[in-house]
Design a protein around this ligand. Structure first.
Ligand code: NAD
Length: 387
């Protein structure tokens, strides 16, 4: 159980690029990173608008001198300080991730980057090689991967409790963009602009989240080929899709499907994963994250509750408040940032990461999956080999 004890001798000196005033995800990064005292926020380039970024950093209690106008100045100025930053989180629109991650790694920093890591597999591979050369950690924020019940599902599947895996049904399908809300919302506007969003909208924005959960739960599964169809129901979003279906065949004969959507009218979040085996199924839904449904064919369904003693030790290790009280997004992200900190500390000592976390491989895989989906969809929804 996590109780806030300081598990590193010193907090990692940390900065943010993006995540400024009014941003959607910045506060979640800070809440997660700062919760267990493993990171200390000392600097940032929080905003595309330098003055706003400086004011915002000051409002967080930072030295205004360390609230820089842009990431290049941040990395250069901090590099010459004896107490300069050791790690940076990148929470800017997608089109900037590649350049900022590259610059951060070149500056010798550990990086936590928002998904998608970049736009092409080639760029992602470049970042992976650079991180390896520099001996630096890259974490990617597939946030709910830090939830304990994802660990529970992984352990149950590994123990064969579902039987032979046949079907993986995934979705992240919300309804918030059922209309052209981007006309009045800057945080949505860039998401439907290929220059900033990249080759896809919902595939990269939401679909990669349950895809990564499937990678955690089913580490042996390899995609053999996939077929994707994508639509722009709000016509002005074309060529970027606001809805997509991806069918996948795995190399062990199992099949999978991912529904990625921002036009599932009425749905609040709709991120779900159901793993179906020859004997039983498991289902997890991010709107009810504290329950994992375990359904054995021919028996009443069982609801496994987070924090209960009957769970696997791996699913209890990250517990923070015990069973009954709900944990969710903030705790899952805090668990990830805890693992990022442990990995960064270990890398600094030349040691391997002690715990699994969504790493550069997860980032590469997300980019590769989106690239294949787009290739399939744009060729008329055809099967493409997954290479
Ligand atoms: P947003 O538009 O709400 O906020 C972006 C922030 O970055 C703003 O503060 C903006 O001023 C700043 N910014 C933009 N360009 C910058 C630059 N060059 N240098 C410094 N700051 C800059 O966007 P958001 O919704 O917070 O999304 C940011 C990233 O987080 C995206 O890549 C998105 O895909 C990702 N995201 C991830 C999750 C998740 O669950 N992991 C959830 C939401 C968003």
């Amino acid at each position: 159980m996590i109780n806030g004890a300081k598990i590193l001798s010193a907090s990692i000196r940390w900065a943010m690029v993006g995540g400024g005033q009014g941003s959607q995800i910045g506060y979640i990064h800070r809440s997660a990173a700062l919760r267990d005292g493993l990171f200390q926020l000392v600097a940032g380039a929080f905003d595309i608008d330098p003055a706003r970024g400086r004011d915002f950093g000051a409002s967080l209690g930072l030295d205004p001198e360390r609230c820089y106008p842009d990431y290049a100045t941040l990395f250069a100025a901090e590099a010459v300080r004896p107490d300069g930053i050791q790690a940076v989180s990148v929470a800017t629109p997608n089109g900037t991730h590649y350049a900022i991650c590259k610059a951060a790694l070149e500056a010798g920093l550990h990086v936590v980057c928002e998904k998608p890591l970049c736009f092409t597999t080639q760029q992602a591979e470049e970042l992976r090689a650079l991180a390896a050369r520099q001996g630096r950690i890259v974490g990617v924020t597939y946030g709910y991967a830090g939830h304990q019940l994802i660990e529970q599902a992984r352990e149950m599947i590994a123990a064969g409790e579902l039987g032979e895996i046949r079907i993986v049904q995934m979705q992240f399908a919300h309804g918030f963009h059922s209309e052209a809300v981007e006309a009045a919302n800057p945080a949505t506007k860039w998401r439907v602009d290929p220059r900033m969003a990249g080759p896809s909208y919902v595939l990269g924005d939401v679909g990669t989240h349950p895809l990564y959960l499937s990678e955690v739960m089913l580490p042996q599964l390899r995609i053999r080929r996939l077929l994707c169809t994508r639509q722009s129901f709000v016509r002005s979003r074309a060529p970027l899709e606001d809805n997509a279906f991806t069918l996948m065949e795995y190399d062990n004969g199992a099949v999978g499907q991912v529904w990625s959507s921002a036009v599932n009218a009425g749905s609040m979040h709709g991120q779900k994963i159901r793993v179906i085996g020859s004997r039983a199924s498991l289902e997890w839904w991010d709107e009810r994250p504290n329950q994992l449904s375990f359904e054995v064919q021919g028996q009443p369904a069982r609801i496994l509750e987070r924090g209960m003693g009957y769970l696997h030790p791996a699913a209890l290790a990250d517990d923070r408040i015990g069973a009954g009280h709900p944990e969710g997004l903030f705790e899952a992200w805090s668990n990830l940032y805890r693992r990022y900190a442990l990995a960064m500390d270990a890398a600094d000592r030349g040691q391997p990461a002690p715990e699994r976390y969504p790493d550069i491989d997860a980032g590469v895989e997300g980019v590769r999956w989106v690239e294949h989906c787009v290739r399939s969809a744009d060729a008329g929804a055809v099967w493409v080999d997954y290479v």
